[in-house]
Each structure stands twice: as C-alpha cells, then as structure tokens.
Write a protein that binds this ligand. Structure first.
Ligand SMILES: [Zn+2]
Length: 321
C-alpha cells in the first residue's frame, strides 16, 4: 500500500512541467547568443550563463502574479478559423472589438513581446546592463513560447480530445530526449526586423496552423501503439516518473518530420533578431564597456520572492502542463 501511495504521488509529479520545458527554454536562449553580430556578441557571451539561467523567469513568475499567465499564449481559435481574419492584429483594435477582458482571457503573447521589445530598446538607450540582460533573457522566453503550436490553440493540453499531457510531451519530452544528439542548431545570423509585430504574427500563425497536426498525429500514433509501450518509468532524484517512452517519443517525432527541431531553430533565429533589432533601434550603443552593477537589495528580494513562489508550486492562472 505504501508503495502504491508513493507511486501515485510520483505520477502526479509527471504533469508538473513548463512551457517549452526548462531545458528547451535555456537551450534556446543560450544558442541565440551565437547569432549576434560582432558588436553585440562579446557582451552577451560574457553573460551567457545569466541569459540561459533566467530564460525561465517568466514561468516562475506565473507562481507569483496572476497577470503573468496570459503573456505566454494566445488561444487564437477562440476567434474563428485559420487565418483568423476577424481578429485585428493591433492590440488596441483587438481590445476595441472584443474587450480587454476577452483579449486577456485568451492570451496576449504577440502583443506582450512588443512591450518587452520597447523596454529592451529603452534599456539599450540607457546603457543599463542589468536591464538589458533581464529583458533579453525574458523576451527570449516569450518569443520561444509563441513558437509552440499548443500555445496558439484552445485545446492546449489535449483536454478536449483526451490527450492530457501532450503539451509537455511536445515541448519538453521531445527536446530533452533528442535535442542534444539529433537536432541541428547551425542557424546563421540575426537579421533586422523592420516590422517586429508583423513578424511575430507570422510565427504565431505558423504555430496555429501546426496545432492540428500536433494533436492529430499523436491521436493516430496512440491508437496504433501497444498501450503497454506508450509510457516508461524512470527514477529521477529519488522519484519515480511516468513519462512517454523513448520509443513512443521517437515515433511521434518521426511522424512530425522534424517539427519540434524546426520550431526550436526558428525560436533561436527570432530571439537573436529581436535582440539585434532592439539594439539597432536604440542607436547601436557601444556595449564593449558595459558592466552590470551588482543587484540592489530590492532586486535580490524580488528574485528571492520569484524563486520562493515557484518552489511552493502553486500556479496562478493557466499552467502549461
Ligand atoms: Zn512560458
């Protein structure tokens, strides 16, 4: 009985996961640095550990404040069918048409990225190294989320189609199993984005268009896969985790024909391009002499609070699962 209780406890941990997963968000932010031009790469490389480690701060903040959750997704199929002509692409027009409450309820990720970008431009203009690093790390998170198909779909965790857990399967399990050994991250260089909002909408539309495939292919695979081979058990940090088996994960990734890898690559390209665009829009400040001042007591307190809320594990608003 004791064993059974322990196992059930462990199984409940299985659903505890994050947007793109912590692993993928960190990897995406880290790799984005290498696409930057010579004038930027020195500064970013020097602080690459910060950029990587703080890729997940926005997810941690979801445990501290309720307003955080809608910044990570847009349930775009609430507004009709692809390509969603009814939804105005500008935030003000969208709010005027549907109300702020509705827009917030169904997610604001493409618009939130523009707010983060404006803040990053300001930080560059002020040559505020700490803010540049914070905002670069965090905008990387939101841009990464916008590339995940199930972040652009109401059925975000297969809850309407009996596919509970598919969210973490696509964005956490696949990259964790395959990114190091099978994904190619040779990507090229950041580019200037003359119309960042339009650019982000294109990425969101790609995500929305791919969401059906993500759901349908898993349904097909599940229906023809021996049910006793779908999951495997693994001990991690003393806890038994039930997870999608590597055989099932590889089969799904094969069916998707590299979709997860493509979206990771596209995220990296978009993040580096947003950083670069913000820097250009700020007048290309010289970053070579910038050194971050130590964090103030207030900033340290904020970081501690973030970490504490996250460890307590009570999310406010929608979780990725
Ligand atoms: Zn997120």
């Amino acid at each position: 009985m004791k064993k059974l209780t322990f196992l059930l406890l462990a199984l409940s941990f299985y659903h505890y996961s994050f947007c793109w997963g912590f692993y993928a968000h960190e990897k995406i932010n880290y790799l984005s640095v290498f696409l930057l031009p010579p004038e930027m790469i020195g500064f970013y490389k020097k602080h690459i550990d910060y950029i990587r480690e703080h890729a997940t701060d926005p997810d941690k903040r979801r445990y501290a404040i309720a307003e955080e959750a809608p910044r990570h997704f847009i349930d775009i199929n609430h507004y009709g069918h692809y390509p969603f002509p009814l939804l105005p692409r500008g935030y003000d027009s969208a709010v005027a048409k549907y109300s702020r409450d509705t827009i917030t309820t169904y997610g604001i990720v493409p618009w939130w990225i523009q707010i983060m970008k404006a803040r990053l431009v300001k930080a560059f203009k002020e040559k505020n190294a700490v803010r540049i690093l914070q905002l670069s790390a965090e905008i990387g998170h939101y841009i990464g989320d916008a590339h995940v198909p199930l972040h652009a779909c109401k059925n975000h965790n297969g809850q309407y189609t009996n596919q509970h857990g598919i969210h973490g399967f696509w964005e956490s399990r696949i990259p964790e199993l395959l990114a190091e050994t099978q994904f190619d991250f040779w990507i090229g260089k950041a580019v200037y984005l003359p119309k960042p909002l339009d650019y982000m909408w294109e990425r969101v539309m790609e995500s929305a268009a791919a969401a059906d495939t993500v759901l349908l292919f898993e349904q097909h695979l599940s229906s023809r896969f021996p049910s006793d081979q779908k999951f495997s058990f693994e001990v991690r940090n003393g806890i038994i985790l039930r997870q999608y088996s590597s055989h099932y994960t590889r089969s799904y990734n094969d069916l998707l024909e590299g979709m997860v890898e493509r979206r990771m690559r596209q995220s990296i390209y978009a993040i580096a391009s947003y950083w670069y665009t913000a820097w250009v829009d700020a007048g290309q400040p010289d970053l070579s002499q910038l050194t971050p001042t130590p964090f103030s007591e207030e900033e340290k307190k904020q970081m501690d609070t973030l970490e504490r809320h996250w460890r307590m594990g009570k999310i406010k608003g929608r979780a990725c699962e």
